[in-house]
Ligand binder design. Structure first.
Ligand code: ADP
Length: 399
């Protein structure tokens, strides 16, 4: 039995969870928010109760200190002392072409994550800070890095090369990396259990539909194509990100006075479902507005589903045979109507949704395709934190 601390460190937030392994039991979790602002907050929940504190959190060191305080709190704490933690696992967004699997962190890993920061300037530096602060807290206990990109390192060149001069790949490593790998790997493996199949000879199209969204084609347990690319901006229409767009649009806007920073904000923060609907980036608000007759909201939903269908169709064409389509992420797990809209129209490629099962499964995990559907449709609840805990336990203490 070992307690594993899972850390997901962003630029202004830090999520954490403690798992008991190998039982895969969550003992509690917490969130530190607004690091660097005038006033920050930590909120933790566990069977022992809730713990919250509002206080200035100038940096990640202070955030980690608060995590330690919350974890070991006399009343609502999850641990008697930090000594109970056997190892820590960290989400790291970008592992470049260096890591196809999770790794035990040593000096070389720290250097490499730092070097790859060029490819993920908003994510890797805070990930690195989180690791360093956890080393301060836990000393020599094993720490593991779990990369969002690692699962997609099995993509063949046909899927990862862009149609631009090869020297740009050779010089700058411009290629498709793909993200959400930890989630796609987790749900694809859960789907195999649900379908009672082994990875061999099974092809799954995994749709992670959250605020960020991506689709991955998984063949024989390996990622063979994915919709996010050099950055998480490519692919599906997301909460605030545009997804695929003709790159000439950017040249057009540059000529009309848009700056690099302006384009960045436009495509990452003001586009997607927010930009299209003019209502919100939250699917619940858009669905409500569409129901009330808002035409732009309805059109946004139509664009959303159409883009997903296009990717599913494209991946089905490149897989030997699609055995299952999996829905996960906040929208995939919760929005019965979005699942219905996506699958309506895919009958031509053997995808038949059972509307009654879709309603019944609702927000749980389950199969929502008709019994006669050649392609099984499943809803799986993703759990990236658990996957990080599994990898950490396996690497630190052997399988
Ligand atoms: P993140 O990518 O930030 O982890 P999530 O996976 O939590 O995001 O997904 C957030 C999205 O899930 C939001 O767009 C939210 O509207 C949507 N969502 C959550 N619950 C529902 C629901 N009941 N119906 C429709 N959409 C939902």
């Amino acid at each position: 039995m070992a307690k594993i601390l899972v850390i997901n460190c962003g630029s202004s937030s830090l999520k954490y969870e403690v798992y008991e392994m190998p039982e895969k039991k969550s003992l509690g979790k917490g969130l530190v928010e607004r690091i660097g602002d005038a006033m920050g907050k930590i909120a933790q929940e566990s069977p022992k109760g809730e713990y919250t504190e509002e206080t200035p959190i100038p940096d990640h060191r202070k955030a980690m200190e608060l995590v330690r305080k919350a974890l070991t709190d006399g009343k609502a704490g999850i641990l008697g002392s930090m000594d109970e933690i056997a190892a820590a696992g960290h989400r790291v967004v970008h592992g470049g072409e260096y890591y196809a699997e999770s790794v035990i962190i040593d000096e070389k890993v720290l250097e490499t994550v730092d070097r790859v920061s060029e490819l993920a300037p908003l994510h890797n530096p805070p990930n690195l800070t989180g690791i360093k602060e956890t080393i301060n807290l836990l000393g020599k206990k094993p720490q593991v890095a779990v990369f969002d990109t690692a699962f997609h390192q099995t993509l063949p060149p046909a899927a990862y090369l862009y149609g631009i001069p090869r020297e740009l790949y050779e010089k700058y490593r411009i290629r498709r990396y793909g993200f959400h790998g930890t989630s796609h790997r987790y749900v694809a493996s859960q789907a195999l259990t649900m379908l009672k199949r082994s990875a061999e000879n099974t092809s799954i199209i995994s749709c992670h539909l959250g605020n960020g969204a991506s689709i991955t084609a998984v063949k024989n347990g390996k990622s063979v194509d994915t919709s996010m690319g050099f950055t998480p901006l490519e692919g599906l229409v997301m909460g605030t990100r545009s997804g695929d767009i003709d790159p000439a649009v950017l040249l057009f806007l540059l000529k009309r006075g848009y700056t690099e920073a302006g384009l960045d904000t436009l495509l990452n923060k003001k586009s997607g479902m927010l930009g299209l609907s003019g209502v919100s980036n939250d699917m619940r608000d858009i669905e409500k507005a569409a129901k009330e007759g808002d035409k732009n909201a309805q059109e946004a939903l139509d664009v959303y589903a159409c883009r997903i269908r296009k990717y599913i169709g494209a991946y089905a064409a490149n897989l030997p045979k699609t055995d299952a389509i999996v829905f996960t992420g906040g929208i995939g797990q919760n929005s019965v109507s979005t699942r219905a809209q996506i699958c309506g129209g895919l009958e031509g490629i053997g995808v038949f949704l059972d509307p009654k099962k879709n309603e019944e499964v609702g927000r749980k995990a389950g199969i929502i395709s008709a019994d006669y559907s050649p392609v099984t449709i499943a809803v799986i609840i993703t759990n990236e934190e658990l996957q990080i805990a599994i990898d950490t336990y396996d690497l630190a203490f052997g399988k």
